[in-house]
Design a protein around this ligand. Structure first.
Ligand code: NAD
Length: 264
């Protein structure tokens, strides 16, 4: 990658106000990168606090409110990273949402809304980041949020599973097209991570399956070979590797980091 010791590498993490994205942003800052953080306006205060925390670690940061499903907003976000922090070396398209509903009750509008964030949002972040990296002379790491459902769909998470399966395909196609620019593209596929998203999934699964709250997570946790639900730091450690030189020969991969979940 074309960086010098004088200019630290710069990362952008979307959906970083909480959960996995926040864990990734803090890990990349601890790794010595300057880190721009993004989320939607509703989480603006949390985002600013995170940027301050990164600055307190001796790294530069900038908090950018933008909806990743909006092409103009995503372009403006990447332009702002380049303007505020000088360049873009690592882009993590982490933002995502989950809906729990039977397919027969899902409306086309709900389907489109989920896809606009989980798939189009990733496509917009991938392409805007790649354009910036190519403009800089090439080299870079693009990383996306997929999920174990990119390999093994969950019932009641149909559109979500489809979106993550598609992120896996997009990641592979982007890796093929941008290898000539020395840009690698990989995705992480978490299993069950104890975040606000999983709380929401757990609550909705419980409703649909007639279980008490907490029962769905207990039921699914029994399938994890390593015996515990994961934490954002587990995923962030893998993203740290994907963002580092150590993964320079790896591209087009969507890797499960799930504690060894077995569905039967
Ligand atoms: P989370 O809900 O805790 O955090 C997601 C963040 O994305 C939130 O801060 C939210 O405001 C932000 N966001 C949502 N829509 C956005 C938009 N349009 N533009 C910008 N930001 C937006 O979720 P999480 O558990 O931290 O998940 C992070 C990623 O990991 C998601 O893509 C999710 O699908 C994926 N994932 C999570 C799990 C899990 O078990 N938690 C498992 C597999 C994959």
């Amino acid at each position: 990658m074309s960086t010098t010791q004088e200019s630290p590498r710069v990362a952008l993490v979307t959906g970083a106000a909480q959960g996995i994205g926040k864990g990734i942003a803090l890990r990349l800052a601890a790794d010595g990168l300057d880190v721009a953080v993004n989320d939607i306006g509703a989480n603006g205060d949390q985002l600013k606090t995170l940027a301050e925390e990164i600055e307190s670690m001796g790294r530069r940061s900038t908090a950018i409110e933008a909806d990743v499903s909006d092409p103009a907003a995503v372009q403006a976000m990447v332009d702002r990273v380049a303007a505020d922090l000088g360049r873009l070396d690592v882009a993590v398209a982490n933002a995502g949402i989950a809906d729990v509903k039977p397919l027969l009750e899902t409306t086309p509008e709900e389907f489109d809304h989920l896809m606009s964030i989980n798939l189009r949002g990733v496509y917009l972040c991938y392409t805007a980041a790649a354009k910036q990296m190519i403009k800089q002379g090439g080299g870079g790491k693009i990383i996306g949020a997929a999920s174990i459902v990119a390999y093994r769909p969950f019932a009641l998470l149909g559109p979500y599973s489809a979106s993550k399966w598609a992120v896996r395909g997009l990641t592979q196609a982007a890796a093929m097209e941008w290898a000539q620019h020395n840009i690698t593209v990989n995705a992480y596929c978490p299993g069950i991570v104890g975040t606000a998203m999983w709380d929401h999934i757990d609550e909705e699964l419980a409703k649909h399956e007639g279980l008490r709250k907490g029962a769905a997570i207990e039921k699914h946790s029994e399938l994890i070979h390593l015996g515990r639900v994961s934490v954002p730091e587990d995923v962030a450690a893998f993203v740290s590797y994907l963002a580092s030189k150590d993964s320079d020969y790896m591209t087009g991969q969507s890797v499960m980091i799930d504690g060894g979940i077995q569905f039967s």
